[in-house]
Design a protein. Sequence first.
Length: 76
Amino acid sequence: MCRSIKTLRPPSIPEKATEEEIRAAALQYVRKVSGFRAPAAHNHEVFEAAVDAVAEATAALLDGLQVRGQAATASA
């Protein structure tokens, strides 16, 4: 689907994903699903709300994942 979205969990990346990386992935997802690279002014608010929701869900997912072979770390 979204080929430009990269895996955001170890060992694919060495450190915890940043907010910027998570938001970039969320933006790519919303662009793909909506079919709009940049929404028209009348769709801007709903587009941004969708990006925020996807970014929040992605952060929760990454925080909750347990990867085999990786030492468990405490979340802040």
